[in-house]
Ligand binder design. Structure first.
Ligand SMILES: *Cc1c(COP(=O)(O)O)cnc(C)c1O
Length: 361
């Protein structure tokens, strides 16, 4: 494993070692061109093949129907917080935001600047430790769209079922769990995800959008902020983040070689189980933040019942080479981000450390 760290970073996060090695091997002379992928025109055939391959692989791996567009944008998931309401929150209309953590709050805040909003469900009352019951969500057929965050990176909760919005377009921020499990794309009108957790490096944002919704968008907005601009140009309206898309293509090939999202899900479940079992079997030594029915397979959040021991745990974990275990500054505690590319061995090592630390203390 040539000194690879046990990388539990929340994002940017671990990438598959075979991907990094493949990139390294062809970096200075990409396919006999005598240059690297980042030194060539985005309009040339060599780059375009990579770009189109990334797109095709997303359609294939995620079973995206042909009435959806796949876009490669910039500005991160954070720009999507604004682009969604700019395009789809018409004057006089109301957008529905389900609040399950800090990222959904941020998305709501952008929509509030641009039009009417409504909070159709929230788990703020118990510090975002659960996903609201589907049957209790308030959704009006007249809402412009319903926005959810499928995985709450900071609090460690994840939607395991999605609401039936009865025809109201469902928009999901899937930044931290895209491609981690099979998803029925037909339930969604728009999905967006910054790449730096499960898909590749920072710099590209994947958007999957149903064409009929896209075509109803507000026309009086800046060209670069319109989904149609990018859809009509195969995401080559302006210079795309070529290196990020190239790496995305490699990560997608890697997922394909593993056996696709079904295989990835099985692996993710096994990895998460190791850590949740270590929490559940600790007799209250480790305390999980998320309620069991809402637990994330991507971000395992926990605290230690004894705060002094928690500081010691984090310090020792760091000394042992576990990277990125500290909880987000807004919630504290510990968080292990175990995205697709985090190997099983890293989770086993952390599980062993958690057990060993507990028996010693
Ligand atoms: C990381 C993250 C974001 C922010 O992404 P940027 O690409 O940095 O804007 C938004 N939503 C979720 C769920 C995230 O995990």
């Amino acid at each position: 494993m040539m000194n690879r760290a046990y990388n539990f970073n929340p994002g940017p996060a671990a990438l598959p070692l075979p991907v990094l090695e493949a990139v390294q091997a062809e970096f200075v002379n990409f396919k006999g061109t005598g240059m690297s992928i980042v030194e060539m025109s985005h309009r040339g055939k060599d780059y375009e093949a990579v770009h189109n391959h990334a797109k095709e692989m997303l359609y294939k791996l995620m079973s995206i129907p042909s009435d959806y567009e796949v876009l490669f944008l910039q500005g991160g998931a954070s720009l999507q917080f604004a682009m969604v309401p700019l395009n789809f929150l018409a004057p006089g209309k109301t957008a529905n935001y389900i609040l399950t953590g800090s990222w959904s709050e941020k998305a709501l805040k952008e929509a509030e600047k641009l039009g009417g909003t409504f909070v159709g469900g929230s788990s703020e009352d118990r510090n975002y430790s659960y996903i609201p019951e589907l049957g209790r969500l308030q959704i009006d057929p007249d809402h412009a769209y319903v926005h959810i965050t499928s995985n709450n990176t900071i609090f460690g909760t994840q939607w395991h079922e999605f609401p039936d919005t009865k025809g109201v377009p469902l928009v999901a921020d899937m930044s931290s769990d895209i491609l981690s499990r099979p998803i029925d794309i037909n339930k969604f009108a728009l999905i967006y995800a910054g790449a730096q957790k499960n898909l590749g490096p920072a710099g590209v944002t994947v958007v999957i959008i149903r064409r009929d919704l896209m075509e109803q968008a507000n026309d009086k907005i800046p060209t670069m902020l319109k989904y149609t601009t990018h859809a009509n140009a195969n995401s080559l309206y302006n210079t795309p983040p070529t290196f990020a898309i190239y790496l995305l293509a490699k990560v997608l090939d890697w997922v394909g070689q593993l056996g696709g999202v079904e295989a990835v899900l099985a692996q993710n479940k096994a990895k998460a189980k190791l850590l949740y079992d270590a929490i559940d079997e600790s007799g209250g030594f480790y305390v999980g933040h998320a309620e069991p029915g809402s637990r994330s397979l991507m971000n395992v959040t926990f605290t230690l019942a004894d705060k002094e021991l928690e500081a010691k745990f984090l310090e020792e974990a760091k000394a042992k080479g576990f990277v990125g275990i500290g909880g987000h500054r807004s919630v504290g505690g510990c968080r292990a981000s175990i995205y697709n590319a985090v190997p099983m061995e890293a989770c086993e090592a952390l599980r062993d450390f958690m057990k060993e630390f507990r028996s010693r203390n």
